[in-house]
Design a protein around this ligand. Sequence first.
Ligand code: HEC
Length: 158
Amino acid sequence: MEEGAAIVADAQKTLGGALMKQISDSGIIHAIDYCNLNASGITAGISEKHGKTIYRRTLKPRNPENKAKGMEKNMLKVFEFAEEKEAKFKPVVRFDESDSSVYYYAPIVVQTFCLQCHGTKDNGLARNTIEEIFKRYPKDKAFNYEAGDLRGMWVVEL
Ligand code: HEC
C-alpha cells in the first residue's frame, strides 16, 4: 500500500507539475500539445525510476491507449460504486491469480483546474480548447466532468 502510494504521489507530482508549468508558460492550447506528446513518456520515466510499471486507466478515454481492459474495468466500477454512494475513494491492492502479480489501484478525481480540458462549455472548457483536443483525439470521451468526479485511476504493478 505504502509503496504504491509513494509511486503514485511521485507520478502525480511530476505529471501535474509539468502540466502546470506548460499552462503558465505557454497557455492551454500549447499544454494540450505537450500532454499529447509527453504524457505517456513522463509516466514511462516514473516506471523506470521506481522499477515498477505505472500507468493510467479510464472508462472514458481521451487517448485510446488509456482505456481500461478486463479486470481494470471492474476496479473502476468499484470506484464508481463508491462515487454513487458518496463514499470516500480509497486505493485498493489486489492479487491477480492469472499472472501472480500484485496491483495497486488509486482513483484519480477531477479538480477545478482540470475542467479547462475535461469540463463542459459552462464550467471552463473553451470552444477553441475542445476544437484543439478533437484534432488530436477524434474519439475523445474525456470531457463533461465536474469537480469531484471520478476520472480514472493509476495502476501500479507491484
Ligand atoms: C491542458 C489540458 C489538460 C488539463 C488541464 C488536464 N488534462 Fe488530463 N488529459 C489531457 C490530454 C491531452 C490527455 C491525453 C494524454 C495522452 O495522449 O496520453 C489527458 C489525459 C488524462 C488522463 C488519462 C486517461 C485518458 O483519458 O487518456 C487522465 C486520468 C487525466 N487526463 C486526468 C486529468 C486530471 C485529474 C486533471 C487535473 C488535475 C487533468 N487531466 C488536467 C489534457 C489535460
